[in-house]
Design a protein around this ligand. Sequence first.
Ligand code: THU
Length: 130
Amino acid sequence: MELETAARAVRENAYVPYSGFRVGAALRGAGGAVFAGCNVENAAYPEGTCAEAGAIAAMVAAGETQIAEAFVIADSPEPVSPCGGCRQKLAEFAAPDTPVTLATLSGETRRTTVGALLPGAFSDADMSGT
Ligand code: THU
């Protein structure tokens, strides 16, 4: 519930003049602290950043590099589906069995894991032969 509360609150601050689609993400770090992020769009569209990326940046800036749990919420018809890039970003800082809850604003949720969201994620192990 703490993650949901944080994700709902930060979603209100999303900067979305182009899409109008607000997303909030909250992460619990391995140390127990909660980090939140919202999407931040830009007139140069590709420069916009996703909510998950913002939450990860806040987490890393605070000195935490391990995600214990994640929560993402948006006003979507089905529990919001993280984009491909965010799945890879989450996988960088989480074990495959790390729980992820995807939610709609109206309260529907889907529980999944980082590994289920991105099977076969590219990782540092892929570079171990170099
Ligand atoms: N968005 C996120 O913040 N996270 C996702 O996983 C999916 C998409 C944002 C990016 C953009 O600001 C808006 O949603 C529409 O794509």
